[in-house]
Design a protein around this ligand. Structure first.
Ligand code: SAH
Ligand code: SF4
Length: 350
């Protein structure tokens, strides 16, 4: 099978071109065409290389790796959710969220997920396979082209979150390879400080991010502040207990000097009491942390309900008293099933 050109970091593409007798700047032109401006013109040597090596049945392919199966817009038109088909028939979700003057893309890193969080539609599906680096890059290219079609003035994709289907740190190598391409200033050029990796708490992955000094933001999904409470929602917590996870976060914070974001899905009567907020504050004390409180998006396989606004605000007030900053995230695009894995789950059951 020909390799996808979207899997090649800049330096590798440059090497391939030079080995074929072209000059290093040709890599820059080809990357511009692939990642910034499809109308970029090629000089004859690059034109010949592209005709010879790029295309169906040739050495490299740039076939669209994703096919749009469903394209849903939320009623307020602020959230657009795509169900994308991969070459082997797997389906993944990519979400584009609009905020005034900027857009955030939320991409998937796996088909399904092995971590089994009880409230998550993707977890309820189980694991199918890792996405290849180019399948992650292709999702970003897809939302970019959706933004381009939307208006004559190119709308800006400013932020990227790895919060779609799958656990990014369970697919570490492909995720980091994709981010290297996505953040490269010669291509899509998303600033690493605007890219966030969200993990359920894969401890070796967090330590590796720190050791390799990867420049991206880290978000850790906690949902419980005691071993027992967390393990009931996040089964993988038995493998990497909370104490180990928090220790890894402290190492990460000390090594990188960066703030860590903690995600807390608020489930009514389960993890939303003031006492649990106080436990969370205790757990995070001494860490440079910001907590994102996300009221549950109800899913078919879980009977829990979202915490109401008053209780969410009370939870937040307890964190604030302990000096822990937090944000209550509004539910985006709930009418397009924009919770992780929910669109695919909805299609399967209909
Ligand atoms: N696997 C990674 C990233 C994908 S999930 C992780 O777990 O962090 C992205 C975020 O969505 C996580 O914080 C997860 O807990 C949250 N999430 C999943 N299902 C949800 C639901 N039904 N309602 C609210 N948040 C949900
Ligand atoms: Fe996987 Fe994240 Fe869903 Fe948990 S919340 S099952 S880790 S995608």
């Amino acid at each position: 099978m020909p390799r996808s050109i979207l899997s090649l970091p800049y330096s590798a593409l440059e090497r391939e071109l030079v080995a074929d007798g072209l000059k290093p700047p040709h890599a820059r032109t080809l990357w511009k065409a692939l990642y910034r401006d499809p109308a970029t013109a090629f000089l004859p040597p690059l034109q010949r290389w592209v005709a010879e090596h790029l295309g169906p049945g040739k050495r490299f392919t740039h076939e669209p790796l994703v096919e749009v199966l469903t394209d849903l817009k939320s009623s307020d038109l602020q959230t657009r959710k795509f169900l994308l088909g991969l070459e082997d028939g797997q389906k993944i979700e990519t979400v584009l969220m609009g905020y005034p003057g900027r857009f955030t893309a939320c991409v998937s890193t796996q088909a399904g997920c092995a971590m089994g969080c009880v409230f998550c539609a993707t977890g309820q599906m189980g694991f199918v396979r890792h996405l290849r680096a180019e399948e992650i890059v292709a999702q970003v290219l897809h939302v970019q082209s959706a933004l381009r079609q939307r208006s004559a003035v190119p709308a800006l994709l400013r932020n990227l979150v790895l919060m779609g289907m799958g656990e990014p740190l369970h697919n570490y190598d492909n995720v980091i390879a994709a981010l290297q391409i996505i953040a490269d200033p010669r291509g899509i050029a998303l600033a690493p400080s605007r890219i966030s990796i969200s993990t359920v708490g894969v401890v070796p992955g967090i330590l590796r991010l720190a050791e390799e000094k990867q420049p991206y933001n880290l978000a850790v999904s906690l949902h419980g502040a005691t071993e027992e409470q967390r393990a009931a929602l996040v089964p993988i917590s038995r493998r990497w207990p909370l104490a180990e996870l928090i220790a890894a976060c402290r190492t990460y914070g000390e090594t990188t000097g960066r703030k860590i974001f903690f995600e807390w899905t608020l489930i009514a009567g389960t993890n939303d009491s003031p006492a649990q907020a106080a436990q969370l504050a205790g757990l995070l004390s001494g860490l440079d942390a910001h907590v994102n409180l996300i009221p549950l998006n109800p899913t078919g396989g879980f009977s829990g309900m979202a915490t109401g606004t008053a209780a969410a605000e009370q939870f937040q007030a307890v964190l604030m008293e302990s000096g822990i900053p937090s944000t209550i995230r509004q539910l985006r695009g709930i009418d397009v099933a924009a919770g992780c894995g929910q669109l695919k789950a909805a299609q399967r059951s209909s």
